[in-house]
Write a protein that binds this ligand. Sequence first.
Ligand SMILES: CC(C)(COP(=O)(O)OP(=O)(O)OC[C@H]1O[C@@H](n2cnc3c(N)ncnc32)[C@H](O)[C@@H]1OP(=O)(O)O)[C@@H](O)C(=O)NCCC(=O)NCCS
Length: 169
Amino acid sequence: MDDLDDLARFHGDPEVVRYVPWPVRDREATEETLRVKLTQTELVAPGQWLVLAVELRSSGAVIGEVLLKWASDRQGEVGFAFARDAQGQGYAAEAATAVLRLGFDDLGFHRITAVCIAENDASARLLARLGLRQEARLVDNVVFKGEWATQLVFAMLEDEWRSAGDPTT
Ligand SMILES: CC(C)(COP(=O)(O)OP(=O)(O)OC[C@H]1O[C@@H](n2cnc3c(N)ncnc32)[C@H](O)[C@@H]1OP(=O)(O)O)[C@@H](O)C(=O)NCCC(=O)NCCS
């Protein structure tokens, strides 16, 4: 719960939540979701998910969070959100790489996917930089925050992970 103030700072930023499925959250709403996240402490079966806090090594401040979901069989899904002043510095790439490593190397996943709203250029750029392939562009396939939206689907297979090397180096 010590992370609450740091989390509330970016969960309450309309720019940060623009393309994520949550609304702008006040401190109370952020606390409610943090309590749920704290109940998810293991990833041992399909349907489970972990949200991991990303800390700045120098200060210990939480600047973002990354999600790893065990979707089905040996498939995972990743997601991420970072405070506005922590973006554009490679932190999201470093954290997302750690999550891919967890999925492929530790959990033995075969395929990891990510989905983003087509207008979310920063997210699509990050996923491509991490080595995920764009597999689909699903036109107006979801109602997102009250409007029809187009989604991009990205994926990486375990073989591609092994042959790509660490994208952050
Ligand atoms: C999506 C999101 C996580 C991407 O974060 P990001 O900070 O752009 O991603 P990275 O950590 O890879 O940083 C890359 C940028 O930092 C720059 N950079 C600066 N220093 C760097 C360094 N030392 N190492 C790597 N990149 C560096 C890169 O050039 C790159 O810039 P570019 O995107 O203009 O080409 C971020 O925009 C975000 O949190 N958005 C709001 C939430 C959201 O939409 N989540 C995704 C839902 S699908």
